[in-house]
Design a protein around this ligand. Sequence first.
Ligand code: ZN
Length: 70
Amino acid sequence: MRDQKMYCYTCGTDELHRRLTANEKAWLKNRTVRKTVEEFFVCKAPGCRNLRTGFQKRPFDGPLRLPDDL
Ligand SMILES: [Zn+2]
């Protein structure tokens, strides 16, 4: 899957995003109690790792970042 440029709510700019790895999906499912997290992308800007879906730039009340150690 190719990276996609889309708006990052945390960066405030259009940034490259990638799909989540299996480990990251498992973490997010556990963290959000969602049944599916296939629609999520993570920002690739250095130090950001903010999560969004393909349609919603801000799917949660506040920013949700992937932990650095996943
Ligand atoms: Zn970002």
